[in-house]
Design a protein. Structure first.
Length: 318
């Protein structure tokens, strides 16, 4: 596994003004051509690229629809401009768009490899960052999910190992809630299993499905892959176990499909096997079924829902 692949930049779609959107790119430390020792001076830079109101669903379409720029003038759709920089260079963090258009960045690892508890918030109006209240413990490889009420659920996390996968110790079961209205961070109920490099998917009913990931292991380079899944109910502040996956995995993807189903694809395990299978959860029935395999086994990949009701799975490592 390549550590640099795991440390790719985090992208968040912004709404800057009527008819114009932009993509905020929070560049990962150590993966813009520099090293992992902090020698890369651009590791904490955030950038934006302006785009039109219609966002491309695939990379190939992107250059056809990116057409808006500052003050409505034409611009090179492939050009980026610098925004204000993060206070702390970081990777394996999360970036979540808040209801008011700001972007919440949580945790991650510093250029020295130390996990971070700090929070930073990007304001697209001023293109500047401000510091938020820190978490109670430092985390990376966690998830951050925007809830229906505007709060953000931050769950799990743990350190990376030397090859970019989840380390075998220091993995958290803890969860937190960030309230953008007050800026406060409060403890949420903990998951049944400590996990990192997992997925978290917002369900149509407002609950959050957490699947797989790695948990603490007695030995080895990676954490032990999990088959377990849990659902968080924000109204009750409680987790409920659901049926397990057929295949234990971490560094997979999960996408919400029409009808409330969730498809999980690819991933890896502590033996560094890389999977090409998919599993589909029927949330109402609480059961998993085998989905169609992807063309190639993938880990460190990305996935997104398509308007047709399917999912796009792209890139990654074979």
């Amino acid at each position: 596994m390549s550590r640099c692949v795991r440390m790719g930049p985090t992208l968040v779609k912004l709404a800057l003004r009527s008819g114009v959107t932009a993509v905020l790119v929070v560049v990962a430390a150590g993966c813009t051509g520099g090293t992992d020792d902090g020698s890369n001076p651009d590791a904490d830079v955030a950038e934006t690229v302006d785009e039109g109101a219609d966002v491309a669903e695939t990379v190939e379409e992107a250059t056809d629809v990116l057409d808006a720029a500052d003050d409505g003038a034409a611009a090179d759709p492939t050009a980026f401009r610098l925004t204000g920089s993060l206070a702390t260079a970081r990777d394996t963090h999360t970036a979540t768009r808040l209801p008011d258009g700001r972007v919440l960045v949580v945790g991650g690892e510093s250029t020295s490899g130390a996990m971070l508890a700090s929070i930073e918030i990007f304001d697209p109006a001023s293109e500047t960052w401000s510091s938020g209240v820190s978490l109670s413990v430092p985390i990376c490889n966690h998830t951050a999910t925007l809830l229906a009420d505007g709060r953000v659920l931050v769950a799990g996390g743990g350190p990376s190992n030397s090859v970019g996968g989840p380390a075998p110790s220091g993995i958290e079961a803890s969860a937190w809630l960030y309230d953008p209205a007050t800026g406060a961070v409060s403890a949420a109920a903990s998951m049944a299993d400590a996990r990192s490099a997992h997925t978290a998917t917002l369900l149509p009913d407002g609950r959050v499905l957490v699947v797989g990931g790695a948990t603490n292991a007695a030995s080895g380079v990676h954490g032990r892959a999990l088959d377990g899944a849990e659902i968080y109910d924000p109204a009750a502040d409680a987790w409920t176990a659901v049926a397990p996956l057929a295949v234990r995995r971490f560094l997979h993807t999960a996408v919400l499909l029409p009808g409330g189903r969730v498809v999980v694809a690819g991933g890896s395990d502590e033996a560094e096997r890389v999977f090409m299978d998919t599993e589909v959860l029927d949330v109402a029935a609480g059961t998993w079924s085998a989905g169609p395999p992807i063309a190639e086994s993938r880990v460190f990949h990305v996935a997104a829902p398509l308007p047709s009701g399917g999912a796009l799975i792209a890139a990654g490592k074979l």
